[in-house]
Design a protein around this ligand. Structure first.
Ligand code: NDP
Ligand code: MG
Length: 422
């Protein structure tokens, strides 16, 4: 079983190979040339890095988002004498590499809802899917999980918390994947840990003028810019709360968030008999990536083992929801259904992008998210087409909120809302 299972998952498609997770995945793959073969890679606009990855890993197929970037990459490859790599562009091309019969394992590491269609295609094709792209699951929820059940795809969490929870579950529950019954297996609760981000010790007044650079300087983890801002607002923990509900078939009431500033414990599972099982390690995404790539084997990840004699104190705190209103909003969205989650995700992507581009203040991210969720919470979301349609309409609305923040006239845009006053 062991050698065979590794052999069966050896041909990799890495969606988002130029990002933080994509690069860490290639770091692990680089350590195991005998076990994995890079079949396809993708990027948005990072032509130079994707070119370097092509030279090193010699994939069969690479995909860029636009034709312009694909042409640039093709030209670079031609100049370097690399004429056997197929370069294409666009969403359909991403879907094609994800579901290709030659692909065994798909690392879903595109950021945001842009990763939904290729990730879903991998699921529908019954691949081994390593899920980093939490937004894909948050925005489509039950539709995504039904596709996993229908195709029999193997869904393994990459998010460090969910990977930790997965590792703390009994083997038979791990094998039940998204249909697992936690209570029947003696599990009371999932304890989802979070560091509290770079602004944990700031007061609410100090948060108003924080910069994108400060928000992206996470104390423990090195990550892409969008998830770094999400960690600072703790929207990331909110998205993870929703992600946990779907991955572990668990009710929101049975997920508890625990602040643990050191990020040494990556999450825990609490059993009926009083036992709590935790997964620990240095905060480095190569550990969950190596775990999922090789599952059920264990392979080297390149991560140093935890040195208990030099680990800072293990501290734990309850969450102050006044300080992290985005987290509260996400937990409410999780209880309010799919439209709230889809709207929250889309609004947050727009708001974070606007903040990163210096268009709005850090604290305005919440105002855009809250106003958007309120507006769209009652919509119906029964299919992927519904998800895509709602996502587009929320983005348009959130863009208009950003514009009105810029003009400082938000009260005129939505005069019936009490909640959007600056
Ligand atoms: P990055 O921003 O570092 O990388 C994103 C990747 O997606 C890049 O390859 C980027 O290409 C590509 N990309 C960006 N926009 C598009 C688009 N519209 N269509 C197709 N591809 C696109 O993100 P991270 O690696 O930090 O995060 C990736 C995912 O993993 C996110 O969903 C995040 O929440 C999740 N995650 C990340 C963790 C981390 O430690 N970084 C931890 C847990 C989860 P290009 O380089 O050309 O822009
Ligand atoms: Mg995480």
């Amino acid at each position: 079983m062991s050698i065979e299972s590794l052999y069966k998952s050896r041909n990799l498609c890495i969606l988002g190979s130029t990002g933080s997770i994509g690069k860490s995945t290639l770091d692990v793959v680089r350590l195991h040339p005998d076990k994995f073969n890079v079949l396809s890679l993708s990027a948005n606009s990072s032509v130079d890095l994707l070119f370097e990855q092509c030279i090193e890993f010699n994939p069969e197929h690479v995909v860029m988002v636009t034709k312009c970037h694909a042409d640039q990459l093709l030209e670079r490859l031609k100049q370097a004498g690399e004429v056997n790599i197929n370069v294409t562009h666009g969403v359909k091309a991403l879907v094609d590499i994800a579901k290709s019969p030659s692909t065994d394992t798909v690392m879903a590491a595109i950021v945001g809802a842009s990763g939904l269609l290729p990730t879903l295609a991998a699921v529908e094709a019954g691949k081994k899917v390593l899920l980093a792209n939490k937004e894909a699951l948050v925005t489509s929820g039950a539709i995504f999980i039904e596709a996993v059940k229908k195709s029999g795809a193997q869904l393994l969490p990459i998010d460090s918390e969910h990977n930790a929870i997965f590792q703390c579950l009994p083997m038979n529950v791990q094998q039940q994947s998204v249909s697992c019954q936690l209570a029947e297996n003696g599990i009371n609760k999932i304890l989802l840990t979070g560091s509290g981000g770079p602004f944990r010790t700031l007061n609410n007044d100090e948060l108003i003028n924080v910069t994108p650079e400060q928000a992206c300087a996470h104390p423990n983890w090195s990550m892409g810019r969008k998830i770094s801002v999400d960690s600072a607002t703790m929207m990331n923990k909110g998205l993870e709360f929703i992600e946990a509900k779907w991955l572990f078939n668990i009710e929101p009431e049975d997920i508890q968030i625990v602040l643990h500033p050191q990020s040494t414990i990556h999450s825990m599972v609490q059993y009926k008999d009083g036992s709590v099982i935790a997964q620990m390690g240095n905060p480095d995404m190569r550990t969950p990536i190596a775990h999922a790539l090789a599952f059920p084997e264990r392979i080297e990840s390149g991560v140093e083992p935890l040195d208990f004699f030099n680990v800072a104190a293990f501290e734990f705190e309850a969450v102050d929801f006044e300080k992290y209103p985005n987290l509260k909003l996400a937990i409410e969205a999780c209880k309010n259904g799919q439209a709230a989650c889809t709207a929250l995700n889309a609004a947050n992507e727009v708001a974070v992008d606007a903040f990163l581009n210096g268009l709005i203040k850090f604290t305005e991210i919440f105002k855009i998210n809250e106003t958007s969720v309120k507006k769209f919470v009652s919509e119906r979301v029964n299919s992927i087409d519904d998800v895509i349609d709602l996502d587009a309409r929320v983005r348009e609305f959130s863009d208009s909120l950003v514009a009105s923040f810029i003009e400082n006239v938000i009260d005129k845009v939505k005069p019936d809302s009490e909640d959007v006053k600056r």
